[in-house]
Ligand binder design. Structure first.
Ligand SMILES: C[S@@+](CC[C@H](N)C(=O)[O-])C[C@H]1O[C@@H](n2cnc3c(N)ncnc32)[C@H](O)[C@@H]1O
Length: 255
């Protein structure tokens, strides 16, 4: 797992002194706190940064949009797993007997396996083979086990982790799961080829009212995600809405 300042989420190299010292002091305050770990988790708004709470709320807003839409939630790009487990928790809270909705996460759990020429031009140090590597697979399996013990129908599996390069794993998943319906496709691979293959295989599985969410469409560091949407759907075929409080994120409801 990415620890401390090496964790990619921090993007330490792009932060100014004020932000860096905030992160240092946050880490210090958290580790020196007199609370137990469980007390800190239960009072998570004490230490979780505003930006991460905003992202969590955004995922809740997306979940609300699809709670009445039949089908599973597919997260393309899992990394640490906070996003995947947020959707899993919302499903356990708001539709505790809906055992048909699976929360399926695709990732190599070893970072980007390859990039294409459509991904070039990024100023991010992570835009390279092995970029954004987070080996969270085993830890996430343990988290899922704990999650199952704290929800209704926990004996019926809800969260699935699909490990490997999606150029192979997505076509195989569709072949092995011919009844898959997708209500929310959360695209966060950042790259051209992976995003395009996800759209090719999952879009035909999405009914009207389903939502496609994008993490990096329009982001200059990740041009491949935008290009894949243009090539696979056409931007002007989507009513692209933005999240008003979480800057880079956007989504479209299928009409
Ligand atoms: C930005 S991170 C995902 C972040 C996550 N959705 C979150 O909310 O924290 C992008 C992930 O996409 C994965 N990825 C990119 N290309 C991939 C591919 N071809 N196959 C599998 N995973 C891929 C990377 O390993 C990386 O973990």
């Amino acid at each position: 797992m990415g620890k401390g300042k090496k964790g990619y989420r921090l993007g330490f190299e792009k932060r100014d002194e004020r932000e860096r010292s905030f992160i240092d002091d946050l880490e210090k305050g958290y580790s020196e706190s007199g609370l137990t770990d469980i007390e800190k988790l239960m009072n998570f708004s004490m230490y979780v940064p505003r930006q991460d709470i905003a992202t969590f709320i955004y995922k809740y807003e997306l979940f609300k949009r699809v709670v009445n839409v039949h089908g599973s939630i597919v997260e393309c790009g899992v990394a640490f797993g906070g996003g995947l487990m947020a959707f899993a928790q919302f499903s356990a809270i708001f539709e505790e007997v809906n055992y048909t909705r699976k929360i399926i996460g695709f990732d190599t759990f070893a970072g980007f396996p390859h990039l294409s020429s459509k991904d070039s031009g990024s100023s991010s140090g992570h835009s390279r083979v092995g970029g954004m590597a987070v080996d969270s697979f085993k830890e996430l399996e343990k988290c899922i086990g704990l999650y199952n013990r704290n929800r209704f129908l926990g004996h019926i599996n809800k969260v699935e982790l699909v490990k490997g390069d999606v150029m192979k794993t997505i076509p195989k998943y569709i072949k092995d799961n011919p009844s898959l319906v997708v209500s929310l496709l959360y695209l966060d691979f950042d790259l051209y080829e992976a995003t395009k293959v996800a759209l090719k295989y999952f879009l035909p599985r999405m009914p009207k009212g389903a939502v496609i969410a994008f993490d990096e469409v329009g982001h200059p560091d990740w041009p491949g995600e935008t290009q894949a949407v243009i090539d696979a759907i056409g931007l002007n075929n989507l009513r692209l809405e933005r999240c008003t409080f979480d800057t880079t994120r956007s989504f479209a409801v299928l009409e």
